[in-house]
Design a protein around this ligand. Structure first.
Ligand code: 5GP
Ligand code: ZN
Length: 117
């Protein structure tokens, strides 16, 4: 299991690694992806170190609902509300997940051709 000490996103939360911040509150941080796959590529992460979706259960309901309700507000601010956007959560090896700290990708600003869902 991943630990928060070697976690890139925990280092971003601590300010040890800089990020281009979009939004922050007491529970979450949103920032621009360092290697964007679309004109809009923002990551939304909980401040709590949750290694992946596999570690989410009912005890996280309030946090997860907070993030899901926040995403359309961020999408509006990012200008993709009307044009559309995709929200992606990778989990585990087959998904290609690279950073083991739960994160929601918001992707938009162009047509996203590879529809896997
Ligand atoms: P995953 O593949 O784990 O779902 O997505 C991890 C994302 O984090 C990737 O899109 C990658 O570009 C992004 N990322 C990795 N390291 C950093 C970093 O130091 N800063 C920022 N802003 N994004 C990062
Ligand atoms: Zn972390």
């Amino acid at each position: 299991m991943s630990d928060s000490h070697n976690c890139i996103f925990c280092k971003i939360l601590d300010g040890e690694i800089p990020s281009n911040k979009v939004y922050e509150d007491d529970r979450v941080l949103a920032f621009h992806d360092i290697a964007p796959n679309a004109p809009v590529h923002v990551l939304v992460i909980p401040k709590e170190h949750i290694p992946s979706l596999n570690f989410v259960d009912e005890s996280n309901n309030v946090l997860i609902a907070h993030i899901v309700a926040l995403i359309p507000k961020l999408a509006r601010g990012l200008g993709v509300s009307e044009s559309g956007y995709r929200v992606v959560i990778n989990c585990g090896e087959d998904s290609g997940m690279a950073v083991e700290h739960l994160h929601f990708h918001i992707l938009g600003g162009r047509h996203l051709p590879q529809k896997l869902g």
